[in-house]
Design a protein around this ligand. Structure first.
Ligand SMILES: Cc1cc2nc3c(=O)[nH]c(=O)nc-3n(C[C@H](O)[C@H](O)[C@H](O)COP(=O)(O)OP(=O)(O)OC[C@H]3O[C@@H](n4cnc5c(N)ncnc54)[C@H](O)[C@@H]3O)c2cc1C
Length: 487
């Protein structure tokens, strides 16, 4: 890629480029795809500049808190797509599935002995920041981290935005500079690289490559892996090809109803893209440009007004505008928070007004009170809430509107607001295919007042926090099919 956007790159160590290395290494940790990916473009840039082969190392750890069949299989679907995609290219792809906790330790270090440069991804939450820093301390050549998270580069602002309005206004002023900055749509098509003759023997022996049989198999045997087998597979398949198909279906069949019917549960108008975004099987850039091409959009259609309003800025139809506000404003405000703060998932990060009002009402009497087990087993008195929890457990997702209600009721029925936060994080991160993401913390902390304002009338338990009721949801939204499916 000519003219690589350097503001998306952070150098993680003080080591020089090793001109005598055998290859450039792309350690793929978050953008698990081989298209629309700035990290891959950067790796290809180095490989061409140094006239060296490119190795992609995509590893899957088993030693993290939420490792389970559901997430492992989803990631392996993505590995399968990557394996097939690189087959006709010069790129050497090394998928690795850790068989035992910490068995993968040393693999990056060993690869780096032979590497000229290591490039990796930037993801600001869960165990990834710690793992990346630990990796950087062991690498024997220059290591770079590249940001391919969204349209607005995560490190281009040092301001933490506390409302969607202020972030939107900032985007309206500053995003035009970056709007044409996109990763290569199909970088492998003309990569013209040297080929790696073989992977180092010691690596193959100590950290065997995931077998093609396992990755390509329709029913993978995960029983030997030390992960949680109780959180089973769902009907949602992972991988870049499913991600693109999901995007295509959304644009053709649902987008036209998005602005009016985003909250519809029985007749959904939403994209279903969040698991693919979370695991990096699709990029925000691919979604953005596929949508904008279908709208015949050009950047001169952007409004010059930066008034923070939700509509009227992009210069597209109302459905595309409504969708872009979620994909760009709401998704990227979470990356802003997680990039610039370290306490984004702690109770202290809530705004003063919300902590105060929740504290004022902490001792209010509760008609219903539950602990994690009852929530987890969908054993509350409320059939809408139970249905949402069953959807999460069975399918790995919850419809956005019901996800808000789900969170508000956990706040209402938990012993303290802080405990409700812990329960939301635990259940969301354990079951949701899109969990452990900046959006997870945006959503969960929104329940408790982040990105929101005080609302009246002041109520029991909630104080000035925005309230939601199951009765009103029942009156407003058609739930007949939903409640039958998740009985
Ligand atoms: C309590 C709670 C927990 C949440 N946990 C998560 C989570 O773990 N992971 C997650 O991705 N989202 C989370 N959200 C936000 C939202 O529910 C999902 O992003 C959305 O439902 C995903 O469905 P979709 O891809 O069909 O969305 P669409 O409506 O099709 O939107 C497209 C994309 O825009 C982004 N988006 C949409 N709505 C929101 C939103 N409200 N906030 C931030 N980004 C948004 C997502 O990346 C989404 O994939 C949570 C919300 C709440 C209230």
């Amino acid at each position: 890629m000519e003219n690589f956007p350097d503001h998306r790159v952070k150098v993680l160590n003080n080591m020089p480029v090793n001109d005598n290395g055998d290859f450039v290494l792309y350690w793929m940790t978050s953008y698990r795809r081989v298209r629309w990916n700035f990290s891959l473009d950067r790796s290809l840039m180095w490989a061409k500049r140094l006239d060296k082969p490119l190795v992609i190392l995509e590893a899957l750890r088993c030693a993290h808190r939420y490792a389970c069949d559901r997430f492992h299989n989803f990631v392996m679907d993505g590995m399968k797509d990557n394996l097939l995609a690189v087959q006709n290219s010069e790129i050497a792809y090394y998928p690795y599935i850790e068989p035992d906790p910490d068995a993968g330790k040393g693999l990056l270090r060993e690869f780096s002995f032979k590497a000229c440069v290591v490039v990796t991804d930037f993801f600001p939450c869960f165990f990834l920041p710690g793992m990346t820093l630990a990796g950087a301390s062991q690498v024997f050549c220059r290591m770079e981290q590249v940001d391919s998270n969204g349209l607005f580069p995560c490190r281009e602002s040092d301001q933490v935005f506390v409302s969607a309005f202020s972030f939107r206004r900032h985007l309206q002023k500053n995003l035009p500079k970056y709007i044409m900055e996109a990763p290569e749509e199909a970088p492998l098509r003309r990569s013209e690289l040297r080929r790696l003759k073989k992977f180092p023997d010691n690596i193959i022996q100590k950290w065997p490559r995931a077998s093609e049989f396992l990755l390509l198999s329709e029913h993978r045997d995960l029983t030997k892996l030390p992960i949680d087998h109780k959180i089973g597979l769902t009907a949602i398949q992972g991988g870049s090809s499913q991600a693109s198909a999901t995007l295509g279906r959304f644009l053709n069949q649902r987008l036209r109803r998005y602005a009016e019917e985003r909250n519809s549960v029985d007749h959904p108008a939403t994209s279903g893209l969040s698991p693919y975004l979370h695991w990096g099987h699709i990029s925000a850039h691919e979604i953005f440009w596929t949508l904008m091409r279908s709208e015949d959009w050009t950047p001169d259609k952007l409004s010059e007004k930066s008034n923070g309003k939700r509509t009227g800025w992009w210069g597209t139809g109302k459905n595309a505008e409504a969708f872009l506000d979620e994909l760009v404003t709401w998704r990227e405000i979470g990356f802003n928070m997680c990039t610039l703060t370290s306490n984004f998932d702690s109770y202290d990060s809530l705004p003063d007004w919300s902590r105060k009002t929740l504290a004022d009402h902490q001792s209010d009497p509760k008609e219903f009170y539950y602990e994690t087990g009852e929530f987890e087993n969908a054993a509350t008195h409320d059939n809408i809430w139970n249905a949402a929890q069953k959807e999460l457990v069975r399918t790995g997702k919850i419809h956005n509107y019901l996800r808000m209600l789900w969170g508000k009721k956990i706040l209402e029925w938990s012993v303290t607001p802080k405990r409700s936060m812990e329960i939301m994080i635990e259940l969301n991160d354990k079951y949701a295919l899109d969990g452990r993401d900046p959006n997870s913390y945006s959503g969960i902390f929104w329940i408790l007042g982040r990105y929101d304002r005080p609302w009246g009338p002041e109520r029991s338990i909630f104080g000035k926090i925005r309230y939601m009721s199951s009765e009103r949801t029942r009156g407003k939204i058609d739930l007949k099919n939903y409640l039958t499916i998740y009985r």
